[in-house]
Ligand binder design. Structure first.
Ligand SMILES: Nc1ncnc2c1ncn2[C@@H]1O[C@H](COP(=O)(O)OP(=O)(O)OP(=O)(O)O)[C@@H](O)[C@H]1O
Length: 739
């Protein structure tokens, strides 16, 4: 039984209209680089700007308003809601949802799926007092969960955290009043670990299911398992913008598919005439051109990763004033948006600007789905994204920049047509668009599945191979995941989860990092290890110095980190953290001073602020899990590195429990050979140990392959430790052996 709900006539560029739209786009194809209105080449230099302290209060003020304001705002927004295709078809949609246990709902971007459907269900809850429990809406990304909860609480006329709230890792805004909760798929899985039947909810909505993250796939599997078993009363709605409907429908025993046609506003597409060489440069030029030529409206640019984004933010902020003065155009204000920023830093991009300004947001694909940034009329799309590809055989992840799929490109463009007609500038040629894969491949096909397997074990699923996988990983991958967990001590000989495994599953970290913390709690160096793990949990904390600055920066780091010089990068991180936290932060040095210190050492100041927040959270988890009086964990004392060998050896041995696969042995010819495969590996030039005399063995947390294999974030280890850590596993795994 498949339903189709028609949309408003003007809104859909399909068939003939689509052809015309693309013709129009062709005629208008921009060449932002042909005619330069401003020759700013000399002013485009790569300089670091001081990072501002972002006030959490500002976001709080934005979130919490008086009752009267809330009501007025909700009434205003009702007029906007009424124009959305989903709202217009409320009765029809609810008829389907009420009739079926599972509904698959497909609608175009901006049609109102994520904001309206949950509110329809909320209205039903209020109307029908017999319905107990609340509604969960999962999002693949934290920023989307926060953004949607903020918007929907405004539409609903309440503060975030009252009837409508959100729950994301390290941030929870819900209360006992909350009946509608937006949460990341990771958080729902955490809740599942606590309550295997998800009794709190009467409805679970899986939004943006087409993104096919590992966690979304796992939730789909769990829901099917529950629906067939203990929760026959649960309602499930799978929502997606693209046409993968059949796959979702057949997984849920041919659940009905509902198509809601019609997008609110049209977005015109523009392509480059010829490919560009430097993507950051191309994005900047396009933004400048939009600022000079286009009517009001903010700009959302998609770049592959943090490095490119930080570069672009720096450049725009540097040239903006001059461009404004010379051309009487709005002042461009650049803001970054990527996963490594804290929620309050991410929330900054959603705050309105005052005055004659134009917001230029540089984002990774975290703003690609679900997110609406009010005011955005223009999208600039690099057509690229970064993906972590897991190499099952090596047990290592590699970060690659790859072209996006057509589905992603549509989602990105869709961000421009949320409140008005928009324009999307794709920085590649139109013929290249047709060569892109239609869909993004599911994450499970290229990810480490150790974490998902541990989670399944934690909730009591023993037969991993025959579980209700939405997309079953290969048998080899599953076996490798099980072996890895066994090696970490998370599983017993009979494959059951151990006490250690239970503790690992409860920590909000990858299993290998959790096992490092558990070992540290046993060895009495938990505080020190938490500091290092927190640094490792924040992406791009240490930045790459510009080539001309590299030697100076390395020398500064080298002279500051006396133990890091000998023992490597993990100890260096602890020494840097100690200076930042105990000397600068705790003694209330001005933010300018802290930022300058970070700049001198080419460290992300924002990153260190995040490390402090992550550290607080990990400490809380550890306090709950471990007997913290017994293991050198103390809030009050100064937990700086004391620097004696015994202490440093203990710390490194803890890391070896989690990273024993990422080790290499020093050879007489001064090269290193990996323990698992015997391949040659070199210490990366960014490491403290690059210039160091040869070590008996090394342990690394990252592997990169450029012209050859490099170990990054390297520490010195003794071979006897390796025997201790890996020796036991030789018989256990049967694969790992010291060469
Ligand atoms: N934070 C916001 N600020 C302003 N308008 C918003 C906001 N969130 C939603 N809207 C409005 O509501 C519309 C519907 O948004 P919603 O997220 O429900 O759409 P959707 O169908 O889920 O789209 P997508 O799949 O692209 O996320 C938007 O197009 C926009 O007009």
């Amino acid at each position: 039984m498949h339903g189709k709900i028609p949309g408003p006539a003007k809104s859909r560029a399909s068939g003939k209209n689509k052809k015309n739209a693309s013709k129009k786009a062709n005629n208008k194809a921009i060449n932002p680089f042909k005619k330069r209105n401003n020759d700013k080449e000399n002013t485009i230099t790569f300089q670091e700007v001081a990072e501002e302290d972002i006030e959490d209060d500002e976001f709080d003020r934005f979130k919490h308003q008086s009752n009267k304001n809330l009501k007025t705002r909700a009434n205003e927004l009702l007029n906007v809601r009424k124009t959305l295709p989903v709202f217009k078809n409320k009765d029809e949609i609810m008829k389907y949802i009420n009739k079926n246990q599972v509904t698959v709902l497909i609608g175009e971007t901006g049609s109102g799926k994520s904001t309206q459907i949950p509110q329809f269900l909320l209205d039903e809850l209020y109307k029908n007092k017999k319905i107990h429990g609340s509604i969960a809406v999962t999002q693949p990304r934290r920023v989307a969960a926060v953004n949607l909860a903020t918007r929907v609480s405004q539409e609903h006329g309440c503060n975030v955290g009252d009837q409508v709230g959100y729950s994301v890792r390290f941030d929870n805004s819900t209360s006992n009043k909350t009946r509608l909760k937006y949460l990341t798929d990771g958080m729902l899985l955490r809740e599942l670990m606590m309550d295997k039947e998800l009794k709190e909810y009467n409805t679970v909505i899986i939004d943006e299911a087409h993104e096919r993250t590992v966690l979304t796939d796992l939730i789909l599997g769990f829901l099917k398992y529950l629906l067939n078993g203990k929760r026959k009363d649960l309602k499930v709605i799978v929502m997606s913008a693209t046409l993968q409907a059949d796959k979702f429908s057949s997984f849920f025993d041919n659940a009905p598919i509902l198509f809601v046609e019609g997008r609110k506003f049209n977005v015109s597409q523009y392509y480059l005439k010829a490919p560009c060489d430097d993507i950051v440069d191309a994005v900047i030029r396009c933004c400048v051109q939009i600022n000079l030529r286009e009517a009001t409206g903010d700009v959302l640019c998609f770049l592959p990763g943090q490095e490119e984004i930080d570069k672009a933010v720096t450049i725009i902020n540097k040239i903006a004033e001059e461009i404004q003065k010379e051309n009487s155009v709005p002042l461009m204000i650049a803001s970054p948006l990527y996963a490594a920023l804290s929620p309050s830093q991410q929330a900054q991009v959603f705050l309105p600007l005052k005055g004659f300004k134009r917001k230029i947001i540089f984002s990774t694909n975290i703003a690609e789905t679900s997110v609406t940034v009010s005011g955005v009329r223009y999208v600039v799309d690099s057509g690229l994204r970064k993906v972590k590809v897991w190499r099952h055989q090596l047990g290592l992840a590699t970060l690659l920049t790859v072209p996006i799929s057509q589905a992603s490109a549509m989602q990105r463009s869709g961000r421009a047509g949320r409140e008005d007609e928009g324009k999307s500038f794709r920085l590649y040629c139109e013929q290249d668009f047709s060569k892109l894969p239609t869909q993004t491949e599911p994450e499970i096909a290229r990810s480490d599945i150790t974490s998902p397997v541990l989670l399944l074990k934690k909730v009591g699923i023993d037969d991993i191979l025959n579980w209700t996988w939405f997309e079953k990983p290969g048998k080899d991958e599953l076996v490798t995941g099980l072996q890895e967990l066994y090696q970490l001590g998370a599983l017993s000989d009979s494959g059951k989860i151990t006490n250690r495994g239970n503790q690992m599953a409860l920590l909000p970290l990858q299993p290998h990092l959790s096992s490092v913390l558990i070992k540290a709690s046993e060895m009495g160096c938990l505080s020190q290890v938490i500091d290092i793990v927190s640094c490792l949990s924040v992406e791009n904390l240490l930045l790459n110095p510009q080539p001309e600055e590299r030697d100076v920066v390395n020398e500064r780091r080298y002279s500051l980190c006396i133990y890091g010089r000998r023992f490597g990068d993990l100890i260096m991180l602890k020494e840097l953290f100690d200076v930042y936290f105990y000397e600068l932060n705790k003694q209330n040095h001005a933010s300018g001073e802290k930022s300058e210190w970070c700049k001198q050492l080419c460290i992300s100041y924002r990153g260190f602020k995040n490390v402090v927040k992550v550290r607080e959270q990990i400490r809380l988890y550890c306090k709950k899990l471990f007997d913290t009086n017994q293991n050198g964990y103390d809030d009050e004392t100064d937990n700086k590195l004391k620097g004696n060998e015994e202490e440093i050896h203990s710390i490194l041995k803890c890391f070896l429990t989690g990273f024993s696969k990422n080790t290499a042995i020093g050879m007489p010819d001064r090269s290193y050979r990996t323990v698992t495969t015997g391949e040659t590996i070199s210490v990366h030039p960014s490491s403290m140990l690059f210039l160091n005399k040869h070590c008996p063995g090394i342990m690394y947390t990252e592997y990169v392959f450029t012209t050859k294999g490099y170990a990054r974030n390297v520490s010195r280890i003794e071979l006897s430790w390796l025997q201790e850590a890996v020796g036991n596993n030789i018989s256990a795994v049967g694969k790992t052996k010291i060469l």
